[in-house]
Design a protein around this ligand. Structure first.
Ligand SMILES: [Mg+2]
Length: 373
């Protein structure tokens, strides 16, 4: 595929509130690196690397630097003719998975558009056009979190994730309050973001065994896989691994060691859609379900993850790709999300259009540069 140029734009997108978790108490603006790939025959592909401060392995400065000095010169020097060629090219950049994800997304978007196919067609197809989404409740006092959960339920969501702070007694109160408010009809996931010691994690997991909690997510430090396995073995509450999975190899490690009942994967961390697909396939062979999605991602990444989820049976739904719900606006056509369900776009590739005209982008762009072969 001939590539005429690649534009890299730093975006700053205001969010509709402050979204607290154990990683960031005050998070009101989503930064992202947008990659716009123009082919020689007039087709455009877009991809984003929506890194989260304190959580993603690369900062936005790291992402830009690896795009500028390594990935894009390599891509433009010998443009791959097909997705397998792209995978081979990106294999050199495993230490820059977030940058690779944005490049892969833009490449696959353009590749599919040239063929008039959706991304799901490239992923062997799907009959699903709508996917339920998972709601998201940030850290607050138990009553406020219960109110937030009720409002998600009223908007049609049948599943939601609540963020916990790593304070065991307070967190148990939070889980109890939310389950009491909506647990009869809404599946509740609880995410600790690595906030507990192993003993604390076992105590909390056991304390919520009588509640309809779907799983407790990453209760212990990301480096402590043995500790995670101990928690998983010690409770009937399902445990999900998240932060400890930084690479596809880490996902295999968790599966092999049975360190968790379920794993969380996201395209930004795995280095793109195709690498994530490999993990999904490996997990399927092991009989392990995967939660797919991000807390903070823009519309292109959301479309990519939804299309990937639609094409795989072992994605534990609903999908957690709910970033667009937190943004006040984006320089892309929006996805249709109604009553807790996202409709897959009809158009080719990601099915997402970058709003035309520099003004549309100017509202969000803080810097931009272009590279040509
Ligand atoms: Mg998590």
């Amino acid at each position: 595929m001939e590539i005429e140029s690649v534009r890299v734009v730093r975006l700053s997108v205001p969010m509709s509130g402050s979204f607290g978790s154990a990683h960031h108490r005050d998070f009101t603006t989503m930064e992202s690196v947008l990659v716009v790939l123009d082919t020689g025959d007039g087709v455009r592909g877009v991809g984003t690397a929506d890194a989260t401060p304190g959580y993603s392995v690369q900062t936005h400065d790291d992402i830009e630097a690896s795009l500028r000095s390594e990935i894009l010169p390599s891509l433009l020097g010998d443009p791959p003719a097909h997705p397998n060629g792209l995978l081979a090219c990106l294999a050199q950049f495993e230490t820059a998975p977030n940058a690779a994800c944005a490049v892969e997304m833009a490449y696959l978007d353009a590749y599919c558009r040239r063929r008039g196919e959706r991304l799901t067609d490239l992923l062997w197809g799907t009959t699903r056009r709508q996917l339920p989404l998972n709601g998201w409740v940030g850290i607050g006092d138990p009553g406020q979190m219960a109110d937030d959960a009720r409002s998600w339920k009223e908007r049609g969501y049948e599943s939601l994730k609540i963020k916990l702070s790593g304070e065991p007694i307070r967190d148990i109160e939070r889980v109890r309050a939310v389950c009491k408010a909506v647990g009869d009809s809404v599946a509740v996931r609880a995410d600790v973001n690595a906030g507990y010691t192993v003993d604390e994690a076992i105590r909390v997991a056991r304390a919520v065994e009588d509640l309809p909690v779907v799983h407790l997510e990453q209760p212990v430090a990301k480096a402590d896989l043995d500790g995670l396995a101990r928690v998983t073995a010690a409770t009937s509450t399902s445990i999900m691994a998240d932060e400890c999975i930084i690479t596809p190899a880490d996902a295999l490690d968790v599966i092999r060691r049975e360190a968790a009942d379920r794993i969380k994967i996201k395209i930004l961390r795995m280095g793109g859609v195709l690498r994530t697909r490999q993990v999904l396939d490996a997990a399927a062979l092991a009989g392990v379900e995967c939660v797919l999605g991000h807390g903070f991602g823009l519309t292109p990444a959301t479309s990519a993850e939804l299309q990937l989820a639609a094409a795989h049976d072992n994605v534990f739904g609903p999908v957690e790709s709910v970033g667009p719900l937190k943004m006040t606006g984006e320089p892309f056509d929006s996805l249709t999300i109604e009553a807790g369900r996202a409709t897959l776009p009809d158009g080719p590739g990601l099915g997402i259009e970058l709003r035309e005209g520099e003004d549309a982008l100017d509202e969000y762009a803080t810097s931009a540069w272009r590279i040509t072969p």
